[in-house]
Write a protein that binds this ligand. Structure first.
Ligand SMILES: [Zn+2]
Length: 305
């Protein structure tokens, strides 16, 4: 059946019944491509291979299990919209700044094409979705980074959307939840990308001055400039199990300090042991946990006074 699906997907317009040679060619192409394909995490529209245990599951099976591996509990990366659906009450989401688009301020070679490809792959305009909604009736402002868009890299638009969302939370006296998933600052925007670290951090400082709560949720991967700014500034910092969380990559660190890094370095569990993370929460429990925190620390999602 997989073979049939593959044929339809890849060779849908070829008439394989009437051309034996073509058929042989297709079979050899098929084996070659299947081998290549097996190495990918996401195989096609129907099957997903878990990068934790290597087992393959149907997309439907995994969706029914919060996109967490049924065998090894690996939390697979999910898109921003799926995350919004997972944590907010149904139909409660009101999106902010959905049409904000990236320009190419430095005329960086190939950047426009990269953005177009990311848009096509993710179906989103940028690497973060922001807005407000409710968690068991408590109103919150949320920002969800999208690992499917240039691995959630932070450029001007990501920083601007997050900053505006925080400012709206200040105006409305609401708590903020940010789900981080990022490869770091976006090099194609140079210093304009790096300054988003300061801008988002300053907005969070103003939120804190107003006595409003900020919950940071770290998901796989949270790295680079995002780790060095808003991801680590949460009043409460949660993380999904086994998420990669760090600033520089392990190889760079090993080369710099000339030491072998300990087992599990830069994973949620290690960071919790070292005090960077307050709690590791399984995806299926995430909404309940966020609700409990909001309920304890706020009055109707706003100030705790
Ligand atoms: Zn697995």
């Amino acid at each position: 059946m997989i073979k049939e699906l593959f044929r339809k997907k890849k060779y849908g317009t070829i008439n394989i019944n009437n051309a034996e040679n073509d058929s042989k060619k297709i079979d050899s192409e098929y084996s070659k491509n299947m081998k290549k394909q097996e190495k990918k995490d996401i195989d096609n529209d129907f099957w997903i291979r878990c990068k934790g245990c290597g087992e393959t599951f149907s997309k439907e099976e995994l969706i029914n299990n919060f996109n967490v591996c049924i065998k090894c509990d690996q939390h697979l990366r999910i898109g921003a919209r799926e995350r919004v659906e997972l944590v907010l009450d149904e139909s409660s989401f009101i999106e902010y700044d959905s049409d904000m688009k990236t320009l190419d301020p430095l005329s960086f070679p190939g950047y426009d094409e990269k953005i177009d490809k990311a848009k096509e792959q993710s179906g989103e305009c940028e690497a973060v979705v922001t807005g407000e909604g409710r968690i068991n009736e408590i109103p919150v402002v949320i920002c969800v980074m999208n690992p499917e868009f240039m691995i959630g890299s932070m450029g001007s638009v990501v920083g601007e959307k997050i900053t505006r969302a925080i400012e709206r939370a200040i105006d409305k006296e609401l708590s903020v939840i940010i789900f981080s998933a990022s490869g770091g600052a976006r090099m194609q925007e140079g210093i304009l990308s790096l300054m988003q670290m300061g801008k988002t951090s300053a907005a969070l400082s103003r939120l804190a001055d107003k006595g409003l709560l900020y919950i940071s949720v770290l998901t796989d991967p949270t790295t680079g400039g995002v780790t060095a700014s808003f991801a680590m500034l949460g009043d409460i910092i949660l993380a999904e199990p086994k998420a990669l969380i760090g600033f520089a990559g392990p190889r760079v660190i090993e080369q710099t300090i000339r030491q072998k890094l300990p087992e599990g370095f830069q994973r949620s569990e290690f960071l919790k042991d070292k005090g960077f993370v307050d709690k590791i929460v399984h995806r299926k429990d995430l909404k309940r946990m966020l609700y409990r925190i909001l309920d304890i620390h706020t009055i109707g999602g706003g100030k705790n006074e």
